[in-house]
Design a protein around this ligand. Structure first.
Ligand code: 5GP
Length: 212
């Protein structure tokens, strides 16, 4: 088994964090998880070094200047980045490394590593995603609109990913990730239903945006 970087991306509410956590828990000998650095404040229940490394903006920028990041990006006004050291340590231990990152970071990793596996995750039904987007956070109409806009942008980037995994059943999604990593590097899997599904997704999200 050649250890690979596995990028999981999804719009907010897509469920990628739960999938990443479950893959790592169920297959600890095969998968490790890279803990990112971020300038955002910890949410309740989050632990330093487990969920993120919570860095001050100047610390983060110093890390950028010292070449500590494999990739980094801005999201919601905060900085997020994958540390080379974390990724290397997991690869050196012979395990695949899961990155739970947004789409701009995914693009940077794709350019750096031809062996990467990139996966985009979405619940099948756009109404499920919309409900999760609406239910998360403070729910001001402006914030909901921002999340819908961001989700629309991110789903528009899905075509850049090698796999699309529908997150309706956690165990099925976990199996799909574990199976995909065994495929030859660079393999893209799609069928025409996938394309139709993604197009209808975007239409529904846009119509929700117009309602707002
Ligand atoms: P949250 O603040 O909700 O934990 O994460 C916001 C977004 O940032 C999510 O889409 C998450 O996947 C992404 N993210 C987390 N860590 C990183 C990272 O190291 N790099 C990039 N590019 N995105 C990240």
């Amino acid at each position: 088994m050649t250890p690979r970087i596995v990028v999981l991306s999804a719009p907010s509410g897509g469920g990628k964090t739960t999938i990443a956590k479950t893959v790592r828990e169920q297959y600890p000998d095969r998968f490790g998880f890279s803990v990112s650095a971020t300038t955002r404040k910890p949410r309740s229940g989050e632990t330093e070094g487990v969920d993120y490394y919570f860095w001050k903006p100047d610390e983060f920028l110093k890390g950028v200047n010292h070449g500590k990041f494999l990739e980094h990006a801005q999201y919601g006004g905060e900085l997020y980045g994958t540390l080379k050291s974390d990724v290397q340590q997991i690869l050196d231990s012979g395990r695949h490394v899961l990155l739970d990152i947004e789409v701009q970071g995914a693009e940077q990793v794709r350019k750096l590593d031809p062996n990467v596996l990139t996966i985009f995750i979405l619940p099948s039904d756009p109404r499920v995603l919309i409900r999760r987007l609406v239910e998360r956070g403070s729910e001001t109409p402006e914030q909901i609109q921002q999340r819908l806009e961001r989700a629309t942008y991110e789903i528009g980037q899905a075509t850049e990913f090698q796999r699309w995994i529908r997150n309706d059943d956690l165990q099925e999604a976990v199996r799909a990730v574990v199976k995909a990593v065994e495929d030859r590097a660079g393999t893209v899997v799609r069928d025409r239903h996938d394309i139709a599904w993604l197009n209808s997704y975007l239409k529904q999200l846009k119509s929700e945006q117009q309602k707002g």
